[in-house]
Design a protein around this ligand. Sequence first.
Ligand SMILES: Nc1ncnc2c1ncn2[C@@H]1O[C@H](COP(=O)(O)OP(=O)(O)OP(=O)(O)O)[C@@H](O)[C@H]1O
Length: 369
Amino acid sequence: MHLKSLSLINFKNISEAEFEFSADVNCFLGLNGEGKTNILDGIHYLSLTKSYFNHRDNQNIKFEEPFFVVQGVFQKDEDELNIYCGMKAGEKKTFKKNKKNYTKLADHVGLLPVVMISPNDTSLILDGSEVRRKFIDSIISQFDKEYLQKLMAYNKVLQQRNALLKQFAERGAFQEDMLEVMDMQIGPLGDWVHTRRQEFLDEFIPVFNQFYGDLSNGKEEVSLVYQSQLTEGSLESLLVANRMKDRSANYTTQGIHKDDLVFTIKDHPLKKFGSQGQQKSYLIALKLATHAYTKEKKGFAPILLLDDIFDKLDDTRIDYLLGMIKEGKLGQTFITDTSTEKVPSILKRLDINFNAFEIENGAIKNQLA
Ligand SMILES: Nc1ncnc2c1ncn2[C@@H]1O[C@H](COP(=O)(O)OP(=O)(O)OP(=O)(O)O)[C@@H](O)[C@H]1O
């Protein structure tokens, strides 16, 4: 699967741009703030129906303009897929495949997978557990439709349960039987999601360890562990045992919405004890593992978006990544970099096929290759 062409209108700082791509590597090169990452984000939209960086669709319309359009033609096996995403200010976005509107955006997710590696990924290490749960959820949703449905159903009952607990507190009346009914609904949903997350991580963690070992020459001991209250028992039993705790907290203290991934280096938290280089390798290994895992599950390589990572990697790691590209393991790859020469010269040396565009002020200044 690969993206053959892309057209962007009024998308972030891009007024109008059209690209024809190589099936191998494509580079967007230019100074900071010119719009290179925005192009990658346009590709992300076509895959996941939303931005990687800003989930408020309205804010991705170019300032002062009334709409944006992102359109791309993908080749997937024998099929040519024309994907259209249009957004008018103040309205819901329209998403089409071969001119046909999707009724549910979730139906598109997983058809044309992408993996983005970006400096923003540090939020996986630095931010709260929600970011890490979303990371797991977005990978599983690429190949398991039921997962997203069950997760959404869980979140809906969770909201109702929390609202009920709040109501009890406000009224000073606690009705255990009402909670019991909800616990019977949410319990099996939580257990189901927990089992899927566990199964996924049992397969994913060895892939991650392999990539981290390769990126660090096997020098450092890191670990990735799935942490969940549900390893202690079924969700319903946890909810029953913690009813009084939930009553005084006014919210649901147990469940898969408390799950986390624990990142450590030599048994210490990566966030506090990992050097910048170690954290960077950890994140790249997480993303390369996501790519490899998704490729294995889907039977074809997701598109890889490498945002500004060549600037910040040492030569050994750059060689490792480009070696994988050269071997054809990574599929179609999009790279942004501030130097117009560095990445193209390495790609030429390695005899890798590529197109390169110099980007200035949201437009193509030159096609360099
Ligand atoms: N809705 C919008 N309308 C107009 N411009 C926007 C909008 N959203 C973001 N921008 C602009 O896009 C520019 C950033 O573009 P982008 O992140 O793609 O830069 P870049 O070329 O990747 O730079 P860097 O090398 O620093 O990562 C900024 O100038 C920002 O103000």
